[in-house]
Write a protein that binds this ligand. Structure first.
Ligand SMILES: Cc1ncc(COP(=O)(O)O)c(C=O)c1O
Length: 401
């Protein structure tokens, strides 16, 4: 037995005896319980004072005039596209390297997501390729800040300006993130955040639409609550009125005060949680950087990475297993890993609808084949972090070339 193999045996035994480390876990505690209990005890459990407070505090945190709390980022993206008037047959330029929701909301209008391939380094939409995708039908540009590393917004805004197109940012991963020193949230016409269970702050399910444009804010607020006239949520309060008018067939996307209570507590911890994720990313980078088997996640110091995901890329020619098997091997070592994302153009729906083939967006497709996301959340302990690195190295010892 070689020395490497001996080290590997003891590491394997140690990791095998640990409980399974989930890929993601929310960092919640007494503060969240206190806020949620307060909402329940107050009797105001749906949209009310806590939601309004959460909107105000979130708007302040990202430096934007208006924040509209909703029950998902998907809802926020939907009402953002509605507010700019997307209609059947329109086109919205976006990335294939994203979650289902980014393009599904475009399809809600019977409009077309026009995919533009991503940059190899960041896996964000390639700004240099956007111009060629603009047509007379283009209605908006919808970049995604993958993993929490901001897309390159300056050239995106330049192209948007040239063609008079609004930009709606899918910032599901990007709180708190900065582009050139400015918080993501107020840089474009509208920006949509997610507070889904695995996100950097969570309300269980939830989202926030941010904008500096009062008209967009008003339209989104109305469409998120049945399309009924102003301050619909107040109609059961002392200052409210029973009278309302339906102005549009709106949606039921409002956030509850129970969720907002959780959001308020999470918001207060957002910076501390980011510090912890940053430390995990640093530890992974230090533990893995000397192996030729990996490409470390992209991080441009000019900006601020939210570190929602730690997206490692495998150099497959240095391994005897593929990415799917790598995920399985980590699982055998009690480490939950994941893959972000299966590009939309290889999903059956888009293949059937538009005849997309994997090679249509070669960067997205080939990077997807070698991407693996390691756990990165503030609840992880020092020994969890060490176990992840040891497990990854242990897989290498067994399957590296
Ligand atoms: C890039 C991206 N956009 C949008 C969403 C949708 O967020 P939500 O679950 O809050 O609707 C997600 C969720 O994972 C996402 O990853």
């Amino acid at each position: 037995m070689t020395k490497d193999q001996m080290v590997s045996v003891s590491v394997t035994e140690r990791i095998a005896s640990r409980p399974f480390l989930p890929f993601a876990l929310p960092d919640t505690g007494e503060e969240e319980i206190r806020e949620v209990t307060e909402a329940i005890k107050s009797g105001w459990v749906t949209t009310g004072p806590k939601t309004k407070q959460f909107e105000t505090e979130f708007a302040r945190a990202v430096g934007v005039k208006h924040a509209v709390a909703v029950n998902s980022c998907t809802a926020a993206l939907h009402i953002a596209l509605e507010a700019i008037g997307v209609k059947k047959g329109d086109e919205v330029i976006t990335t294939p390297y994203t979650f289902a929701a980014t393009a599904a909301v475009i399809r809600y209008f019977d409009a077309k997501p026009v995919f533009v391939d991503v940059e190899p380094k960041s896996l964000n939409i390639n700004p240099a390729r956007i111009r060629a995708a603009v047509t007379k039908k283009t209605k908006a540009i919808l970049p995604v800040h993958i993993a929490g590393m901001p897309a390159d917004m300056e050239p995106i805004h330049r192209t948007a300006k040239r063609f008079h197109l609004p930009v709606i940012e899918d910032a599901a991963h990007a709180f708190p993130a900065k582009y050139n020193g400015k918080m993501i949230g107020g840089l474009s016409e509208m920006t949509c955040f997610s507070f889904y269970a695995t996100k950097t702050i969570t309300t269980g399910e939830g989202g926030m639409l941010c904008t500096n444009n009062g008209e967009f804010a008003e339209r989104c607020r109305m469409m998120a609550l049945h399309g009924i006239s102003k301050d619909a949520w107040k109609r059961y309060s002392a200052e409210g009125s029973w009278f309302y008018e339906v102005l549009s067939p709106g949606f039921k996307y409002n956030m509850s005060d129970i969720a907002a209570g959780m959001g308020l507590a999470q918001l207060r911890k957002a910076t501390a949680m980011l510090e912890k994720r940053r430390a995990i990313a640093r530890a992974y980078n230090a533990g893995l950087s000397h192996f030729p088997h990996f490409q470390l996640p992209y991080d441009d110091p000019k900006h601020q990475h939210a570190w929602h995901l730690y997206m490692l890329r495998l150099n497959l020619d240095t391994l005897t297993i593929d990415r799917a098997m790598f995920v399985e091997e980590l699982k055998k070592r009690n480490i939950g890993a994941s893959v972000h994302f299966i590009p939309l153009h290889v999903q059956p729906y888009y293949q059937h609808l538009y005849g997309c083939r994997p090679e249509d967006y070669p960067v997205a497709y080939h990077e997807y084949l070698r991407e693996i996301s390691l756990p990165i959340y503030s609840k992880m302990t020092e020994s969890d972090i060490e176990d992840v690195i040891d497990a990854v190295v242990d897989v290498l010892i067994q399957f590296g070339r």
